[in-house]
Design a protein around this ligand. Structure first.
Ligand code: KIV
Length: 629
C-alpha cells in the first residue's frame, strides 16, 4: 500500500518552531470563521459558523506520523481527518487546448496515479467520442482492478451530463472496475440555467434527482453529483437540489467553482454553509472542484477541505480548462506540510515520492510545459540562486526550504560531484536519472543509454537538461506509427530549400519523399506530408535550446490540427470541438528534431484514429521502398 502522508521533514513543525507566533494562514482565511455574518450576510451564517470544523487538533510534534488509508466506502470515511484525492488530469486536464492524449498515454498516466495512491481517477468523459469511451473502459479494466497487497484499488470514475444516454455510456465504460463511479452534473447558477440550459429551477432539480436515481438503477453504488457553477449559485437552491440528490442516492456531492471566481474565504464558507444547511449531508462526502481563473484554486481547495470537504478534485501540474485546476502536487504538499498543525490534522493517502515522475509524464504527454517557477514541480522550485540563500542553505537547509526535494522524488544533485560524460556507464546514468525523479524500466534505460552515448561523443559534459530532453524524446512518445529514418536537406540563399526524407512505417517498410519549401523545416515537413498523406495544419511551432553553447540539445514542440475529423463533444459546453495534437523532438540537429516533433504529433493523431498505417500506399511496391515527390 502506498505510504500515507507522513509529515514532511522540513514541514510545519520546523516552520512553526522557528516562529511560534507566526499566523499560518493569511488573516482573511481565518477571519470568516470568527465573524461570518460580517462577510456572508446569509440567513444561514450562524449555523454555518457552527459547522466550520472543530476537528480535534493533533499534537504539535516533529515526529513523522504514518496513518493507514481508511477502507473505501463510497459515502463515508471512517477517519474524519482523511481527505480523498480525486485526480481529474485525464478528464478536466485533457480538456486543456492541445492536451489531447492517446489511450496508451492515458494508461501510462493512470499507472503513475496508482503509484501516487490517488483514491479516485476520473478517467474521462465517455460520451465525448468512441475514443474517449474506449480509453475509460481500458483504464477501468486494467487500472480499476490493480489491487495491491494491502487491498488498495482506485475508484474509476466517468463523467456524464445529466441525461440517460451519457449516464448509460459512462456506466458501460466504468463498470469493469472493482470500484466504478458515475459522476453526473447539471448547472445550477442563474446565468447557466437561463442561457445555457433554458430551464427553470424546478426542471433542473427534477432532472438531477431522476438522473442520480437512474445511475443508481443501473447498479452503480457510487454516484457523484456536481451542481455546475456552484460558486455562483443561490445558496438556498443549492441546499434544495443537494437534498434531493442525496435522497436519490448520490454518495459524493462535488461543489465546483466552475469559473474560478470565488475567494478562499467565500469558498470555505460555501462548503461550511452546505455542510450546515443541507438535510442528509452527514450521509455523503463533500468534494471541491476549483478552477484557477484567479489563481486561487489551491487556496480555495484548502479552504474547502478546512471547512469539511473530504474529497479534493485536482490535476497533475494543475492542467485543465482555461487557467487550469487546483494542482495535485500543491494541494497534497500543502496538506502534508501544514495539515497536521494548521488544517486540524488533515492528511491524504498520496505517496509524494512519485510526484516528480507524474509531473514530467503529464508535461510531455499533454504538451503543456510547466513554468520554471511553478510551485513544487517547477525547474526552479528547489534552486537557490542568491548568495544569501545559498549561504543559509549551506548552514541549515530549513532556512529556505520548507519541503525537501526528496519528498517529491528528487534527490539532491551530484553531491559526490559526478559529471556525466562519454566514459560514464549505465549505472551512473541510471543513478542520475533517478535523482532527477525518473522511474524508468530496463528497456527504457537501455534506449536512453545509447542516445546518451551518442550525445556524450559530441559533448564534453552531458547536463541534466540534456538528459531531460533525451527522456522526453525517447520515453514519453506516442505509439510509433511513422519513424524518421534519414533526412537530407539543402538550404541557403542560392535557391529553394529541398528536403529528402526517409520514414519507416509500423511494418518496417521504407518510404522516401522529396519536396521543396521556403526553408529547411518547411521543405522537410512537406516531404513528410507526401509520405504520410494525412491532412494536418501546423498550429504552433517552438524551439528551445536546452543547454548553453553551440553544441546545445534543442527541443522542438509542435501542435497540429487534423482536418475536421476529430470532433468529440465538450462536456460542459455541449459543443463539438476540434482536437489538436502535440509532439516533441530533441536532438543536436535542429532540423532533425523539428521533423521528429512533427512526426510525433502525426503519430499521436494517427493513434487516435486507430488507423492502420499507410498499408494501402505500401502494398504496391515490391522493393518495399516507396518514393513520393
Ligand atoms: O468545472 C466544473 O464545473 C466541472 C464539473 C463537471 C465538475 O468540471
Amino acid at each position: 500500500m502506498a505510504a500515507v502522508s507522513p509529515a514532511s521533514r522540513f514541514s510545519a513543525s520546523q516552520f512553526s518552531a522557528a516562529n511560534p507566533k507566526a499566523k499560518p494562514f493569511p488573516s482573511s482565511f481565518i477571519q470568516f470563521r470568527l465573524s461570518p455574518s460580517r462577510h456572508f450576510p446569509s440567513s444561514s451564517s450562524a449555523a454555518a459558523a457552527a459547522a466550520v470544523p472543530s476537528l480535534p487538533r493533533k499534537s504539535f510534534s516533529t515526529s513523522i506520523s504514518c496513518s493507514v488509508r481508511p477502507e473505501y466506502i463510497p459515502n463515508r470515511i471512517s477517519d474524519p481527518h482523511y481527505v480523498r484525492v480525486f485526480d481529474t488530469t485525464l478528464r478536466d486536464g485533457e480538456q486543456s487546448p492541445g492536451a489531447t492524449m492517446t489511450s496508451k498515454e492515458k494508461l501510462d498516466i493512470a499507472r503513475q496515479l496508482i503509484k501516487l495512491g490517488v483514491d479516485v481517477i476520473e478517467a474521462g468523459f465517455p460520451a465525448a467520442s468512441k475514443d474517449d469511451f474506449e480509453a475509460v473502459k481500458a483504464i477501468a479494466e486494467e487500472i480499476g482492478n490493480a489491487v495491491d497487497e494491502d487491498g488498495y484499488v482506485p475508484v474509476i470514475c466517468g463523467l456524464s451530463r445529466c441525461n440517460e444516454k451519457d449516464i448509460r455510456t459512462a456506466w458501460d465504460a466504468v463498470k469493469y472496475a472493482k470500484r466504478p463511479r458515475i459522476h453526473t452534473f447539471i448547472a445550477t447558477s442563474p446565468i447557466h440555467m437561463k442561457y445555457k440550459l433554458r430551464k427553470s429551477k424546478e426542471e433542473v432539480v427534477e432532472i438531477a434527482r431522476s438522473m442520480v436515481s437512474f445511475a443508481r438503477s443501473l447498479g452503480c453504488e457510487d454516484v457523484e453529483f456536481s451542481p455546475e457553477d456552484a460558486g455562483r449559485s443561490d445558496r438556498e437552491f443549492l441546499y434544495q437540489i443537494l437534498e434531493e440528490v442525496i435522497k436519490a442516492g448520490a454518495t459524493t456531492l462535488n461543489i465546483p467553482d466552475t469559473v474560478g471566481i470565488n475567494l478562499p474565504s467565500e469558498f470555505g464558507q460555501l462548503i461550511a454553509d452546505i455542510k450546515a444547511n443541507t438535510p442528509g449531508i452527514e450521509n455523503v462526502i463533500i468534494s471541491t472542484h476549483c478552477q484557477n481563473d484567479l489563481g486561487l484554486s489551491t487556496a480555495n481547495t484548502l479552504a474547502g477541505a478546512y471547512s469539511g470537504a473530504r474529497q479534493v478534485e485536482v490535476t497533475i501540474n494543475g492542467i485543465g480548462e482555461r487557467a487550469g485546476n487546483a494542482s495535485l502536487e500543491e494541494v497534497v504538499m500543502a496538506i502534508k506540510c501544514r495539515g497536521e498543525h494548521v488544517l486540524g490534522g488533515l492528511y491524504t493517502g498520496i505517496n509524494t515520492k512519485h510526484i516528480t515522475m507524474a509531473s514530467k509524464m503529464v508535461e510531455d504527454y499533454s504538451g503543456l510545459q510547466v513554468q520554471p517557477h511553478k510551485a513544487i514541480v517547477g525547474a526552479n522550485a528547489f534552486a537557490h540562486e542568491s548568495g544569501i540563500h545559498q549561504d543559509g542553505m549551506l548552514k541549515h537547509k530549513g532556512t529556505y526550504e520548507i519541503i525537501s526535494p526528496e519528498d517529491i522524488g528528487l534527490e539532491r544533485a551530484n553531491e559526490a560531484g559526478i559529471v556525466l560524460g562519454k566514459l560514464s556507464g549505465r549505472h551512473a546514468l541510471r543513478d542520475r536519472l533517478k535523482e532527477l525523479g525518473y522511474e524508468l524500466d530496463d528497456q527504457q534505460l537501455g534506449n536512453i543509454f545509447w542516445r546518451f552515448k551518442a550525445v556524450a561523443e559530441q559533448k564534453k559534459r552531458v547536463t541534466d537538461a540534456d538528459l531531460i530532453a533525451l527522456v522526453s524524446d525517447e520515453v514519453f512518445q506516442p505509439e510509433t506509427v511513422w519513424k524518421l529514418h534519414d533526412l537530407q536537406v539543402t538550404c541557403g540563399t542560392l535557391g529553394l530549400s529541398t528536403a529528402t526524407v526517409k520514414l519507416t512505417d509500423a511494418d518496417g517498410e521504407e518510404h522516401i519523399g522529396c519536396a521543396v519549401g521556403t526553408g529547411p523545416v518547411d521543405s522537410a515537413y512537406k516531404a513528410v506530408d507526401l509520405i504520410v498523406k494525412e491532412e494536418a495544419t501546423l498550429m504552433e511551432y517552438s524551439m528551445n535550446a536546452v543547454t548553453e553553447g553551440i553544441d546545445a540539445i534543442a527541443t522542438t514542440r509542435v501542435l497540429i490540427r487534423g482536418e475536421n475529423k476529430h470532433t468529440p463533444t465538450h462536456a460542459l459546453t455541449d459543443e463539438p470541438f476540434e482536437r489538436t495534437f502535440s509532439g516533441s523532438g530533441a536532438g543536436m540537429d535542429i532540423v532533425v528534431c523539428s521533423v521528429k516533433a512533427y512526426i510525433s504529433a502525426l503519430n499521436k493523431m494517427l493513434a487516435f484514429k486507430r488507423r492502420a498505417p499507410a498499408k494501402a500506399a505500401a502494398a504496391s511496391s515490391p522493393d518495399r521502398t516507396h518514393v513520393s515527390a
